[in-house]
Design a protein around this ligand. Structure first.
Ligand code: ZN
Length: 87
């Protein structure tokens, strides 16, 4: 938990896996982590009757086979969206 007050609670979360497959070749073999962008703050379902935000790392990945970079995809929130699918 990062922060809590009368109205809001902020939770930090991060992926359990170390890598995600490349969206082009579908393989993890050439994939490496390549730093991260500013963390994402995603509005999620209320918790303890407070507005709940998930703070997620925006992980950059690179595939050495395809020479592309991509950003970690979370199943519960679309790319660039600021609200979770459940919310
Ligand atoms: Zn690839």
């Amino acid at each position: 938990m990062l922060f809590i007050n009368a109205q809001e609670v902020h939770l930090e979360a991060e992926p359990v896996a170390y890598k995600q497959p490349c969206p082009l070749c579908g393989s993890e073999q050439g994939v490496k982590r390549n730093g991260q962008n500013q963390p994402r703050k995603i509005r999620h379902l209320n918790l303890f009757g407070k507005r709940c935000y998930l703070v997620l790392p925006s992980l950059r990945l690179a595939c050495s086979r395809c020479h592309i970079g991509f950003v970690w995809t979370y199943s519960f929130v679309g790319p660039k969206e600021r609200y979770s699918r459940l919310f």
